[in-house]
Design a protein around this ligand. Structure first.
Ligand code: IPM
Ligand code: MN
Length: 354
């Protein structure tokens, strides 16, 4: 049996993970993988029940599992809690606790949705890029100070640091991935200003020597942000630090039309972790309108990377393609002339096409 820990979390998390589990169950009937699901608490839901965003029991269960399917965490209700109790801490605890140093965020442009892209169709048609974001280092995990008095005034600070091994492992993963794609890596930094970026650029250059078949270029992050909207098809694999990857992946996610379709995989030392890149979207939670495709496509990545079930992953991806080609749209991607469907309905429609 293959054990999958399901963490619905907050906001729309329970709806989208429900949908993805339905799809996975249908896949299991067809492909006989032997999937077993167990649900665990994290985020605001865990705080309400156990008084902490990441109960030790959740992390332990994740460590022992074959894969983790995650919804989203966060919401207004918990915004004013002390930092250590906030729902986001569950994500950081899971990332650190599982050593998830690499976050893969593929951006694929669907022909059927091209009119939903904020960019001109000819700029994006056929676009297919992958952001590889470092996930357990940098400014997210450096020392910080919420408030101190310095020279008579209040200030706060966050420290960014990267070690050579940290940059090496994420770079290797990016190059290994590029070899299986179109063989191009763009490393993104701010080496004209930051010491961490200069180290980053040096280490990436060293690692690249072992991959003569992969083409490498370096971009400053400000330029990369511009290039993503000027000419997104120049990119194959982008490798970058935790914070730059956070920002650029939100920007890149809309190239294909909607953040609602974007999956992600986080991998590292222990169990890999799969989640949609949209957040908990509390304003639309519980209304049966959220697009579950990002989570369903994350489930496809789970099958591909954690269970080596490539055929099953492809079956999900082509069921999503067919659903879009057949004109079904959730609210986030709806436009005149298409068939508007809710979360549950679109899940059924996808299951019927598996
Ligand atoms: C993401 C999210 C998180 C991050 C937030 C919720 C802390 O934006 O996964 O991209 O910044 O890493
Ligand atoms: Mn983000």
């Amino acid at each position: 049996m293959k054990k999958i820990i399901v963490i619905p979390g907050d906001g729309v998390g329970p709806e989208v993970t429900d949908s993805a589990v339905k799809v996975l169950k249908k896949i299991d009937e067809k492909f006989k993988i032997g999937l077993e699901f167990e649900t665990r608490y994290a985020g605001g839901a865990a705080y309400d029940k156990f008084g902490e965003p990441l109960p030790a029991e959740t992390l332990d269960a994740c460590k022992k599992a074959d894969a983790i399917l995650f919804g989203a965490v966060g919401g207004k209700k918990w915004d004013n809690l002390e930092v250590k109790f906030r729902p986001e801490q569950a994500l950081f605890g899971l990332r650190k606790g599982l050593g998830l140093f690499a976050n893969l965020r593929p951006v694929k442009v669907y022909d059927a949705l091209i009119d939903g892209s904020p960019l001109k169709p000819e700029l994006v048609r056929g676009g297919d890029l992958l952001i590889v974001r470092e996930l357990v280092g940098g400014i997210y995990f450096g020392d910080r100070c919420e408030s101190e008095i310095y020279n008579g005034v209040e200030r706060a600070w966050d420290m960014e640091n990267y070690s050579v091994p940290e940059v090496e492992r994420i770079t290797k993963l990016a190059f290994d991935t590029a070899k299986l794609r179109r063989g191009k890596v763009t490393s993104v930094d701010k080496a004209n200003v930051l010491s961490t970026s200069r180290l980053w650029r040096k280490v990436v250059g060293e690692v690249a020597k072992n991959y003569p078949e992969v083409e490498l270029n370096h971009l400053y992050v400000d330029n990369c942000a511009m290039q993503l909207v000027l000419n997104p098809k120049q990119f194959d694999v982008i490798v970058t630090s935790n914070m730059f990857g956070d920002i650029l992946s939100d920007e890149a996610s809309v190239i294909g039309g909607s953040i609602g379709l974007m999956p992600s995989a986080s991998m590292g030392e222990l169990t890999s972790f799969y989640e949609p890149i949209h957040g908990s979207a509390p304003d639309i939670a519980g209304k049966n309108i959220v697009n579950p495709m990002g989570t369903i496509l994350s489930a496809a990545m789970l099958l591909r990377y954690s269970l080596q079930a490539e055929d099953a992953a492809k079956a999900i991806e082509s069921a999503i393609d067919k659903t879009l080609d057949d004109g079904y749209r959730t609210a986030d991607i709806f436009s005149e002339g298409f068939k508007k469907v809710g979360t549950k309905e679109v899940t059924e429609i996808i299951c019927d096409r598996l």
